[in-house]
Design a binder for this molecule. Sequence first.
Ligand code: ZN
Length: 304
Amino acid sequence: MRQRTIRKAVKTSGIGLHSGKKVNLEFKPAPENTGIVFRRADKNFFPIKADVSYVSKLAHATNLTKEGISIATTEHLLATLTGLGIDNVYVDIDAEETPIMDGSASAFVYLLKEAGIKKQRAEKKYLRIKKPKHFLKGDRRISIYPYDGFKITYTIEFDHPLIRLQTRTIELKDSEDFENEVSPARTFGFLKDVEMLRKNGLALGGSLENAIVIDSDKILNGHLRFADEFVRHKILDVIGDLALLGYPILGHVVAYKAGHEIHTSLAKEIKNDPESYEIVNAGELDFIEKEKEVSQVVEEPSAI
Ligand SMILES: [Zn+2]
């Protein structure tokens, strides 16, 4: 298995969920071993690598800050790049916050499929969990266990008749698992919280176009995309937040009532404990599909 970037640059635009500001987004191919690097096109392409060491504010989104420059609401983009198996890419935006699109990752999947996937020569690397790690805060918790694949079991519990307890396990074996089972799930919020969020300068771009809005007994935007769309969106969020470890993960994530702060705290716990993981080349893992000899292949068809 080799590293992947995209075949060509692709762009879109939208508004930031929390800032409400218009933003242009462009994905560009990046060399081997670059990882995922955000760049502020409005600040001389100032780069911020998608790495847990740059996590800053965690107010209903995961933001990165380096030398006073920030990239806000990174999680849906990072989840999509992980879900589609893209290792190296530049993500250029010309404002502080990424575009929320329809509140899901579908638009990013569509755009990256349009760009196409390009296999590179270097071998793909994984972050393999070697021993269980946990993070707890009150009744919220998350754990990760060794596993020969990437699997997420997520449980949410809300005192609300339309949600209550939802639990789901999703294993990401290939990009279709992410595309079909996870990417369409939209972010959600409660109408009763909107006023408070806006007072705090959050959700200024939020609307029925980009979030499921839940009233006391009904959903204001009609039909859900999945009966358990809410827990699927939390799975989307945790995939994006754990992408800040910098490599695709081999492990089983189990989360209960977690959120961005809990997800990124686990990522920090892992990173701060070098005994808990190892970085391995795909060739050392017998359960990872083998590909043709590098020398025989320069480019592959663009299908994801
Ligand atoms: Zn989200």
